[in-house]
Design a protein around this ligand. Structure first.
Ligand SMILES: [Zn+2]
Length: 183
């Protein structure tokens, strides 16, 4: 017998599934057009079911509830969470569930491959600019960092797509969303 899910619950599981497969694809083996390995594959150390259980536990077992972002006061729900590696994988961080955390989209993009303490220093730096009334500078720096962060992930995504035949890239704004839909 098939379990009937409420629309919101179904959307949560749908998003969770995409998050899992995006992660799996991010660490999968990548080859260039000539077939040479450009990224050694690393299997995720947990199954989809284990990921789902972990995710649900982050929301206290209720996919309708909200939790606070690890890095800022924003609240995140089962509809808009992002999964992030606290210790960046690029800096040797683990792929395990213990290294995952739920954050909002902006913190996820802004933190990028920074460690948690470097990210805290960056935010502190921006706060100090604001305290010094250098508001325009603070906003400008934040903006530049965000742009470069998203440009970086764009490049990575384009590289990933060029490794195998895929349709042409959709416009930048909807890029991530579109990419998720492919899985
Ligand atoms: Zn946040």
């Amino acid at each position: 017998m098939k379990t009937v899910l409420m629309p919101r619950e179904a959307a949560f599981y749908d998003r969770a599934k995409k998050a899992y497969f995006n992660m799996r694809s991010r660490f999968a083996e990548k080859r260039n057009k000539k077939g040479r390995v450009i990224q050694v594959g690393r299997p995720l150390p947990f199954t989809q079911t284990e990921f789902m259980e972990w995710l649900l536990s982050q929301f206290g077992g209720d996919s309708n509830s909200v939790v606070k972002c690890r890095y800022c006061p924003r609240m995140i729900s089962g509809m808009d969470f992002q999964v992030e590696h606290v210790d960046p994988v690029k800096q040797g961080g683990s792929l395990a569930l213990e290294n995952l955390e739920l954050v909002d989209e902006e913190c996820n993009r802004f933190k990028g491959n920074l460690t948690e303490s470097a990210f805290a220093m960056l935010k502190e730096f921006l706060r100090r600019l604001q305290d010094e009334q250098l508001l325009a500078d603070a906003a400008e720096i934040e903006q530049r960092l965000k742009i470069s962060g998203s440009a970086h992930s764009m490049r990575k995504r384009l590289m990933m797509l060029s490794a195998k035949p895929k349709p042409a890239a959709p416009p930048v704004m909807e890029y991530q969303h579109k990419l998720e839909e492919q899985f």
